[in-house]
Design a binder for this molecule. Structure first.
Ligand code: ADP
Ligand code: MG
Length: 141
């Protein structure tokens, strides 16, 4: 378990970028944290660390967005609007989870039952007492 603190979006971006630089195929990164906490900022950094230059946003309405231009495929999920975990089957999530790319799942806590035990959990939290831009980032298993 590793805990980091950031005070600017750029620092959260950088943490994502650094993690991606040592990421390997088959890994699943699960992002948790409230709306607006920085999950997408983290993901944007992660994408850049894989060498992806395309703009990355939350694929909220499609749930899954795939990026193929980096050193390995990135499967970016945002499951915030998922109604039932069965929707993940329809999307074909298993090909992503057990494929040759890396998965990053915003709001992964909502589909915890299908997340493999080997996944890496990243939790981002605010602390109003420490200012608007303060974030605590816990990276663990
Ligand atoms: P989420 O995907 O978790 O809903 P976003 O990444 O879309 O959140 O938005 C996070 C917002 O918080 C952005 O507007 C970003 O500029 C802002 N922000 C402020 N401070 C930080 C920080 N330390 N780390 C990440 N984002 C921050
Ligand atoms: Mg988001």
């Amino acid at each position: 378990m590793e805990i980091k603190y950031t005070r600017r979006p750029e620092e959260t971006y950088e943490i994502g970028k650094k993690l991606a630089e040592s990421a390997s195929p088959g890994q699943i990164y699960c992002l948790n944290g409230d709306l607006g906490v920085g999950k997408t900022v983290f993901t944007q950094g992660f994408a850049s660390g894989l060498g992806i230059l395309d703009p990355v946003n939350s694929p909220t309405f499609t749930i899954l967005q795939e990026y193929d231009e980096g050193r390995m495929p990135l499967y970016h999920f945002d499951v915030y609007r998922i109604g039932d975990v069965e929707e993940m089957d329809e999307i074909g999530y298993e090909d992503c989870f057990y494929g040759d790319g890396v998965c990053l799942i915003e709001w992964a806590g909502l589909i915890e039952e299908i997340i493999p035990k080997t996944a890496i959990w990243v939790t981002i939290e605010k602390d109003p007492e420490k200012g608007m831009d303060y974030r605590k980032i816990t990276i663990g298993s």
